[in-house]
Design a protein around this ligand. Structure first.
Ligand code: FPP
Ligand code: K
Ligand code: ZN
Length: 497
């Protein structure tokens, strides 16, 4: 689950001697090539010819290899070994049919069954997920919507799950008796928006939510994720999501401690705080001074695109942060032959970054396309800034679990977090998301956030039309109309600052 950041980080260790299996004496020397993954240990299967229709970019290890042997390089090689048979479409467990591009079909029925199951009971060993109840609801409901199912059927059940998780002091915890947390509150608000309707909206105590958010605001512009908790860009993104969907006042509540630091608004100092999170690599980290990561990059960019028009809020950052370097780092997240994204430098491809990294691209594309001119897509666009083909091949070839559900990579089990975000990434890649000059809200704040539209991309696809998913709002991760509906319902019931 994404709620606990930084746990179980793997350390890169440099081996002091060559690995025991080594048969040559000069394996570590630059320029001396080691066996490529397809001819190594488990390479029997990968020496088989790929299906027709697959470019060699996606069937062979990269031509340039790092000759230094590290744990990192070995893990990358092992990952290629696992992925190549799936990319070539020759793994015996893969289900078809395969199309003329050598891409397997989306196993719709299996994934829908998996998602419905994910909203049922869990065995005792899953007690660790008790703090993630709002997330489990969000992942299941968003996944079902993406697959064309009707999530509004879960309205009553969702309300009864979330009611005891809300605290009278504002916000939602993971369940009854747990303190409020921005991650859980974000997931709860999104899940309620997806099921929609008066009963769902009115469950949320917006007045106490606003008071609580005021207590999380920090003097440097950022937000703590809970009272006494850590401050990071997840917090900033979650707060902007919540106040824009719920039409909470942007003013800080009168008793907010951040007022003592001279701040007046929830948005004060926020863009400056986010710009301090850009690292020397060009990526964006969870908080100033630590490693850039794709999941935090999405939080930061989506947060900026919520605060104002992305062509203003993202490049305005250029004063403090470097846009070309950001594009460079984000581009380096997509690997070949895998086709999917990694979260950070020298780490492995993972299906969930189809959303976290994949979701950054439409935001940057929109920022680069500039101020919207009309009700339709812009007359000219910089276009797609990553390989849509590579992502489609990774998702459909490598991320579909044999028994339903989607996964990080071959060899991993499916879970509802990966099922949701792999499908969200597939959907984002299948649609062109752009902003128009009209917004669902007439208020001075967040007009840009409610001005997005989308249209399916019909040309140059390596997947079948029957595998096209529903579009999600690029900032909120919920159906477009549900974002507008929640906002308008709340606008009709203003909270006094
Ligand atoms: C590294 O895990 C992952 C992180 C440091 C951040 C995870 C954060 C999210 C998924 C997003 C949270 C967003 C919200 C809105 C709460 P890892 O070391 O297991 O993975 P890696 O090797 O791919 O970096
Ligand atoms: K990971
Ligand atoms: Zn993952």
């Amino acid at each position: 689950p994404p709620i606990i950041a930084g746990k179980n980080r793997r350390k890169v260790r440099f081996l002091s001697k060559p690995p025991p299996s080594s048969s040559t004496s000069n394996q570590n020397q630059p320029g001396v090539s080691r066996p490529t993954p397809s001819s190594s240990s488990s390479g029997k299967m990968t020496s088989q010819a790929p299906r027709p229709g697959i470019p060699v970019l996606f069937t062979q290890p990269p031509p340039i290899r790092d000759p230094l042997v590290t744990e990192t390089v070995d893990l990358q090689d092992a990952t290629l070994d696992k992925c190549l048979p799936f990319l070539k479409g020759i793994q015996s467990s893969q289900q078809g049919p395969f199309n003329a591009c050598g891409v397997p079909a989306l196993q719709r029925d299996d994934h829908v069954v998996y998602l419905f199951d994910s909203l049922e009971d869990y065995p005792p060993s899953f007690v660790i997920l008790d703090a993630s109840r709002p997330w489990m609801a969000y992942w299941g409901l968003a996944g079902l919507f993406l697959m064309g199912e009707d999530p509004t059927r879960f309205r009553e059940r969702l309300i009864s799950t979330l009611r005891p998780a809300q605290n009278s002091t504002g916000g939602f915890g993971g369940g009854r008796g747990q303190i409020s947390h921005l991650a859980g509150s974000y997931a709860a608000v999104l899940a309620l928006a997806i099921v929609g309707g008066e009963d769902a909206y009115s469950l949320i105590d917006r007045q106490s939510m606003w008071q609580w958010l005021g207590r999380l605001k920090q003097p440097d512009g950022g937000f703590r994720v809970c009272e006494g908790g850590e401050e990071d860009v997840r917090g900033a993104y979650c707060v902007m999501t919540i106040i824009s969907l719920l039409d909470l006042p942007v003013e800080l509540p009168p008793d907010s401690p951040a007022r003592n630091a001279g701040l007046h608004k929830l948005t004060d100092g926020l863009a400056q705080y986010l710009s301090r999170c850009q690292t020397y690599e060009g990526g964006i980290s969870g908080s100033p001074g630590v490693e850039a990561h794709g999941a935090y990059a999405y939080c930061a960019l989506a947060c900026l695109a919520l605060i104002g028009p992305p062509e203003e809020t993202i490049p305005r950052q250029v004063q403090h942060m470097n846009l070309p370097l950001l594009v460079n780092w984000l581009s380096a997240r997509q690997y070949a032959p895998e086709g999917g994204f990694s979260g950070r430098t020298n780490k492995l491809v993972d299906g969930c970054y189809s959303h976290w990294v994949g979701g950054c691209w439409p935001l940057l594309q929109s920022a680069l396309d500039g101020k919207p001119q009309g009700k339709g897509p812009p007359a000219t666009t910089v276009g797609s800034l990553f390989s849509r083909e590579g992502l489609a091949r990774y998702i459909l070839g490598c991320c579909q679990s044999h028994n339903g559900g989607l996964r990080d990579k071959p060899g991993k089990h499916a879970d509802s977090y990966h099922t949701c975000y792999v499908l969200a990434g597939l959907s984002a890649m299948q649609h062109y998301h752009y902003r128009t000059d009209s917004s669902a809200t007439t208020s001075e704040h967040f007009a840009s956030a409610f001005s997005w539209r989308s249209t399916p991309i019909r040309e140059g696809n390596v997947y079948e039309k029957s595998d096209r998913l529903e579009p999600l709002h690029p900032l909120y991760g919920i159906p477009y109309p549900r974002a507008d509906e929640m906002r308008l319902w709340c606008e009709a019931r203003p909270i006094a600052p």
